[in-house]
Design a protein around this ligand. Structure first.
Ligand code: AGP
Length: 589
């Protein structure tokens, strides 16, 4: 995915756009660029590298209409030429874009008389608009006509030096309009403009927003064919403070520590809302929990919790694999889509497939106004505030808490679920003190010296072993793998060497003795056992204590691994907020 921000208003658009890009950098950080409106031409500046490293604002052209882009490469390598914005042959039209244009080669061939300077699908859009303008059409109509020709998912913003208009459109990729006093913002996500306004319009698929700067900034909404639409802004509840670093060195540690309160926030939904969704699950004939990456592991732990508490079987499928299950869908099937961003393409595709089959869809999402939230039959927000580190932490545990509450509600024991989760939130708050952090930081110095590590768990904590491995892979780049404790002897135990760090997730539950035996099997082969458990044990070479939380043990167990991942990354001088090759949400298939 990529980050887009544009400004139309009376202020210095260049500095607002550069500042907005810095706030959107979590969406992509291999290159960036800005286009500033001028007549007769548009000034474009593009650079390879992170926008956060750029501080020379004076070197950029100034202007009151500007747009910028921070890129996560999909089509075309990471080069200055491939960075956005892209312009047409004359340089009069500039375009930024997030998504993928599937028929771009075909359209590029049609535009063979135009000269292209990049390998991107985005540049083709600027030439397509230019081609339409050659035939006598105005800029706005030319953009709309171009949009009707594009296949795929996209969010596009275009400007033209011959008009004062900026045109923004979406189909499948997020785009939000921030509406201030006589000024407008167009962005991929709310934090980009939150310090200027908290009023926003979330564009729907097929929407086109045209913002003119004269006589004073104004906006109109149409569909791709020019039919007028009415869109009203809604108030955003996220605050500027939530979106900032607030004295922390990195977003990742800030967000891990925010679990001191986000678990409580996650369950702060009225009983009726929780019960309504629980009833949908109870009434469904076939329920699928869907998610990708970490959200997929949350889906998996949710299925264990539902089995234990609600005595319900739930199918767990990762978003990208869901198309293979379409034969099992009916109008009584329920999809529960789990996502931080609410924009993950594979999960959205699963939703589309399910909707075509008449299934109901519920989403558990963090980002207010996201596509998943808006297109589900019902939703529960995680209430975690913006999660900006690429690696998901506080939203993961919020989602587990919500699924746990739903399982209790399905079993008609909502009060009991609330009590458990309130006590979980309190005990996590107590757990995360300075002493705890420094002990894990100390352990990270050992882990940082190894290329590989393994994590084992059973039952509820098997998915957490898988999730822990994702944490150790994506931030400190350690080759980590998670296993079900019982699976070790079927192959993976051959990987254990003298000193190999292995985390054992040992909850105080019915599989405690089995997982301890598995830990011992590893220790007997030279492995170094890090036990995450309410109680110490002779088998552990290092012990990370966690509160004894019963069915909520996955929440307690994953937090120390999040911390270990963070401190190991810092130890190895990796950037915890912007790991290589990754983007915060993956809006391409
Ligand atoms: C989280 O640490 C990962 N970076 C990633 O696996 C993420 O969970 C996945 O891409 C799904 O994103 P979503 O929750 O926004 O749908």
């Amino acid at each position: 995915m990529c980050g887009i921000i544009a400004y139309i208003g009376p202020k210095d658009g260049t500095s607002i756009v550069i500042d907005g890009l810095k706030k959107l950098e979590y969406r992509g950080y291999d290159s960036w660029g800005i286009a500033v409106h001028g007549n007769p031409s548009i000034a474009v500046e593009k650079q390879v590298g992170k926008i956060s490293d750029f501080n020379d604002l004076d070197s950029l052209p100034g202007g009151r209409i500007a747009m910028g882009h921070t890129r996560w490469a999909t089509n075309g390598a990471v080069t200055q030429a491939n960075a956005h914005p892209h312009t047409c042959c004359t340089g009069k039209i500039a375009v930024v874009h997030n998504g993928i244009i599937e028929n771009f080669q075909e359209l590029k061939t049609e535009l063979s008389s135009h000269s292209f300077t990049s390998d991107t699908d985005t540049e083709m859009i600027s030439h397509l608009i230019e081609e339409n303008m050659h035939s006598g059409m105005g800029f706005e109509d030319s953009v709309r006509l171009a949009l009707t020709r594009l296949d795929g998912r996209f969010a596009v913003v275009a400007m033209c030096s011959e008009t004062d208009k900026v045109v923004a459109a979406r189909k499948g990729s997020p785009l939000v309009i921030g509406q201030g006093e006589d000024e407008y913002f167009i962005a991929s996500d709310i934090p980009a403009f939150l310090e200027h306004t908290d009023m926003a319009v979330f564009l729907e698929d097929g929407d086109v927003a045209t913002i003119s700067s004269k006589p004073k900034p104004n906006i109109t909404y149409t569909d791709f064919y020019g039919n007028r639409l009415s869109r009203k802004p809604t108030a955003i509840t996220w605050t500027v403070e939530q979106a900032g670093l607030n004295g922390h060195e990195h977003y990742m540690i800030k967000e891990i520590l925010e679990q001191r309160h986000t678990l409580k926030d996650a369950i702060a939904h009225p009983d009726q809302r929780i019960q309504r969704i629980a009833d949908m699950i109870n009434d469904a004939f076939g329920t699928f929990f869907i998610g990708c990456g970490t959200a997929g592991k949350v889906a998996m732990v949710g299925s264990y919790i539902f089995s234990k508490i609600a005595k319900k079987h739930v199918n767990v499928v990762v978003g990208s694999e869901f198309p293979s299950y379409h034969d099992f869908l009916t109008d009584r099937t329920l999809l529960v889509c789990i996502s931080q961003s609410g924009e993950t393409a594979d999960t959205l595709e699963a939703m589309e497939i399910a909707k075509k089959k008449g299934c109901k869809v519920v989403s558990i999402v963090n980002v207010m106004g996201s596509t998943m939230m808006r297109t589900s039959d019902d939703y529960i927000l995680c209430n975690s505030g913006p999660e900006k580190a690429v690696c998901s932490t506080k939203v993961t545990t919020a989602q587990i808490a919500i699924l746990t509450l739903l399982a209790y509600a399905c079993a008609g024991r909502l009060d009991e679920g609330r009590k458990l989760l309130t006590s979980t939130a309190n005990r996590v708050n107590i757990m995360l003190d300075e002493q705890y952090l420094s002990e894990i930081q100390f352990l990270s110095k050992k882990v940082a010296g190894y290329e590989s590590m393994y994590i084992i768990g059973r039952s509820l904590n098997y998915p957490m072993a898988l999730e822990g491995a994702i944490k150790m892979q994506e931030v400190p780049y350690i080759h980590a793998e998670g296993f079900a404790g019982g699976e070790l002897k079927h192959g993976p135990i051959a990987l254990i060497e003298n000193g190999t760090p292995c985390i054992a997730l040992v909850a105080n539950d019915e599989v405690k003795n089995e997982i301890l035996i598995n830990a011992l099997e590893i220790k007997s082969r030279g492995g170094y056992i890090i036990g995450i458990s309410p109680k110490d044990n002779d088998i552990f070479d290092s012990w990370i204590p966690v509160p004894d939380l019963g069915i909520a043990s996955p929440i307690a167990n994953i937090i120390p691994i999040q911390l270990l991942s963070y401190y190991t990354a810092v130890e190895k001088e990796c950037d915890p907020d912007r790991p290589r090759n990754l983007a915060k949400s993956v809006t391409v298939k």
